[in-house]
Design a protein around this ligand. Structure first.
Ligand code: SF4
Ligand code: ZN
Length: 762
């Protein structure tokens, strides 16, 4: 253990704790102890403090015991001639630093100083529901940096963190040698789908400034989140880490040791310190080491070798100018590789032969009209995609053909018709897997930087940016991408892939007809695929790496709560990976067809949950409801006074009649425990005939986030018809007309909601 690091970290910690105490004293005097303190949109209070001490800080006064705790962790700076190991002292000081840093940020929120203002800056944001032409949404913080990550975003990354698409996060603190290096570092991390959190500065200059100057889009959608230009804002990375453990690991505030171990074992994160390291940075780094996150510096600093707190080395120095490489860009690449190696991050990347950067980090990217070279589909043209299986001998693997003219002749920002037809063959391939594979086209094509893909089937809509076209991206590359990705992601069922891109009108017409016949056929197949027509359901334990006792039971009529896995997906996944997270559950004997109990599902629930859950009712929210990890698309919750349930969408940040927002509700619904009356679900379960059918079905829905009403309008209309009440959806309240129980009841009376006259729900 280096005395140099220990001394500087301990000194930094002492200074910061003193600063936090002074700030708190001043704030208490000016604002009073009752003044509310909170980070936006989180159910976990001040997450690091909550995780490490169990204190649920809601007002300034409660920060006093917190600071007392931080003070107790401090140690005197080691004297010059007395050498002891110091590791414990250094780690304690690091923890005190983190607590002080979170306290300071919380006080800054009280004074409206967080998120940090950044005039003229806006975050790359937006959801699948915002059209690219209206600016793509945004996180609503124009003119500010991001500040802490909200629970909604944390949960929506959850599934990617769990299934390995997102291997971990990098907390970058400081400023890179040059703007060029800053961009390269971020690109290298994005390429590997590693979340990048940005903070800190060196002499006032931050990597955030460097990236903004270079026009790099920062925000949730690009996996690059600017926290703040000071070192303190790096605390948000550790708040994120704590919440991962609380959200997905079923841990509670105050379980400090478990939370730290959880992070060491499951969250592949590291700190990359760019530029000079001062006392405060040493102290914060010591805090990160508590989580098992190693620190890599691009300057000369003493190293800390492995002692078990992190997996490998704790602190590694890799002076940038001494990295052996032909230029700075290659040095940046090496530096990122080194970080990954030291943290042991597992990275999966398919080698996709396209002239633009490629990786999941680009999936959410938006191509605006002004930046567009050409589009296929949308308002002015048609685009369809169709994947089907053929006998092995009928195709040549890797064959990519464009039939018809290229887009060279189409003017800038123009459009043209395109049909993408994919033929796959494989010994393990089944017709049932066609829609599963076809749906991947969206993700695969979106992975190319500068390409945007929306929709599926015959309402696909693809844009190529001018930047991508200038780099030589053309129609053929769609085929190259699909070929590479089907092999890398579905190699177990796909042996050969052939792609044809049609732009020739007659051929498009002919193939479109074939495709539509196939879509119809699949729709019928799906409609016939009911829970009673199969003799096995599937388990999904993908989320167990985060929520160790949670299992999704996926049936034809009830998809996984994340919305990403339906019964066919699970079936395909089982074929691809027979020992993987999706296993068939033989139904065995039917115990209760109304509530949805089988001997097979009950047995599995016990085993899969490691005894935490005894039984699972597939069709009830009131009795033994299915548990939830944290990735649910919607929360369904009983409103006792209404004799019905409300459905809150993840996208809805407004208040609900239960007196809580989605983030707060999520804290109740997740964690892998059964809570009668509360359930996390995938949104397509809402339209299933088996949706809480034991409790009265869809007619129990008395309130629903308007975003669901809008985005699922057609499906919901069909449900209303099925339920024999065509106006049902208009009788359901939403956040625009009821945000309290009283308002809800008044609305129900006024609109004659059927739940009023149904049998008591409990
Ligand atoms: Fe996680 Fe359930 Fe989705 Fe599987 S189906 S990934 S367990 S939420
Ligand atoms: Zn999950």
């Amino acid at each position: 253990m280096s005395r140099y690091i220990a001394s500087r970290a301990i000194r930094g910690a002492n200074a910061l704790v003193t600063e936090a105490e002074l700030m708190l004293k001043k704030a208490l005097a000016e604002k009073g102890p009752e003044t509310p303190v909170a980070f936006p949109n989180t159910a976990y209070y001040l997450p690091l403090i909550n995780g490490m001490t169990g204190i649920e800080v809601e007002n300034l006064g409660q920060l006093e015991p917190v600071m007392k705790h931080a003070k107790q962790l401090l140690h005197p700076v080691p004297s010059k001639n007395n050498w002891t190991p110091y590791l414990g002292e250094t780690l304690d000081s690091g923890m005190a630093t983190l607590i002080a840093a979170e306290t300071i940020e919380a006080i800054r929120f009280v004074y409206d100083l967080q998120p940090e203002p950044m005039p003229g800056f806006s975050l790359a944001g937006g959801t699948a529901f915002t059209s690219p032409d209206n600016g793509g949404g945004g996180n609503g913080t124009d003119g500010h940096l991001n500040g802490p990550i909200d629970d909604i975003q944390l949960r929506s990354w959850g599934i990617q963190l769990v299934d390995g698409r997102m291997p971990g996060f990098a907390a970058i603190v400081g400023a890179a040698k040059s703007n060029e290096v800053a961009v390269k570092l971020v690109r290298e991390l994005q390429r590997r789908n590693i979340l990048t959190f940005l903070s800190g500065n060196v002499n006032g200059r931050s990597i955030i400034h460097q990236l903004i100057e270079e026009g790099v889009e920062l925000g949730y959608d690009t996996y690059t989140v600017p926290f703040g230009t000071d070192t303190l804002s790096a605390i948000y990375a550790l708040g994120f880490a704590v919440r991962s453990a609380l959200t997905f690991g079923g841990l509670k505030g105050g379980m400090a040791r478990d939370i730290l171990l959880y992070n060491k074992n499951r969250v592949f994160a590291f700190v990359l310190a760019l530029g000079e390291v001062d006392d405060l940075k040493y102290a914060a780094a010591a805090g990160a080491i508590n989580f098992g996150f190693p620190v890599i510096a691009d300057t000369v600093i003493p190293e800390i070798l492995p002692t078990g707190v992190t997996t490998y080395e704790h602190v590694v120095s890799m002076p940038f100018n001494e990295i052996e490489a032909k230029d700075d860009l290659e040095r940046a690449e090496r530096l990122v590789q080194k970080c990954i190696e030291i943290r042991g991050v597992k990275v999966k990347v398919a080698d996709v032969p396209v002239p633009v950067p490629y990786g999941s980090a680009f999936e959410g990217e938006v191509v605006r009209k002004a930046d567009m070279r050409i589009e296929f589909g949308g308002k002015y043209s048609r685009c369809f995609e169709y994947l089907h299986m053929v006998p092995l001998e009928d195709i040549v693997d890797g064959n990519v053909q464009v039939i018809g003219p290229t887009f060279d002749e189409i003017p800038e920002q123009g459009s043209m018709d395109v049909g993408i037809v994919v033929k796959v063959a494989g010994r393990q391939m089944q017709e049932d897997f066609e829609p599963v594979l076809e749906r991947q086209i969206h993700y695969f094509i979106n992975g190319a930087s500068g390409i945007q893909h929306i929709g599926q089937r015959d309402i696909a809509w693809i844009r190529i940016s001018t930047g991508a076209a200038d780099k030589g991206f053309n129609l053929e590359h769609f085929g190259k991408i699909l070929h590479a990705r089907y092999h890398s992601d579905f190699g177990a069922i796909v042996d050969k892939v052939e792609v044809t891109i049609f732009t020739e009108p007659d051929q498009i017409q002919a193939w479109l007809e074939k495709a539509r016949q196939a879509y119809d056929f699949r729709n019928k197949r799906l409609a016939d695929l009911t829970d009673s027509s199969v003799d096995e359901f599937y388990s999904c334990t993908l989320c167990q790496s985060f929520a160790p006792n949670h299992v999704c039971v996926v049936s034809p009529e009830r998809l996984g709560l994340c919305g990403a896995y339906n019964w066919l997906d699970c079936k395909a996944s089982f074929s691809i990976n027979p020992t993987g997270p999706n296993q068939p559950i033989k139904l065995g004997k039917l115990v209760d067809g109304d509530k949805g109990y089988w001997t097979g599902t009950n047995d599995y629930a016990k085993v899969g949950s490691h005894g935490v859950v005894e039984e699972v009712a597939m069709y009830s929210i009131m009795e033994n409801p299915m548990t939830a990890c944290g990735c649910f698309e919607c929360i369904v919750m009983l409103i006792p006074e209404s004799n019905g349930v409300m459905v809150v969408s993840r996208e809805d940040t407004s208040m609900t009649p239960a007196g809580m927002t989605f983030s707060t509700l999520a804290g109740i619904a997740g964690g892998g425990l059964q809570t009668p009356g509360v359930m996390g679900v995938g949104k397509f379960y809402l339209i299933s005939p088996k949706f809480i059918s034991a409790d009265g079905g869809f007619k129990r829905v008395v309130w629903m986030s308007s975003v669901l009403k809008e985005t699922m309008a057609d499906e919901l209309r069909a449900v209303a018809e099925r339920e024999g009440d065509p106006d049902l959806i208009t009788k359901i309240a939403d956040e625009r007309n009821a945000t309290s129980v009283d308002e809800l009841l008044a609305w129900m009376e006024e609109n004659n909601h059927p739940a009023l006259v149904m049998d008591p729900i409990f």
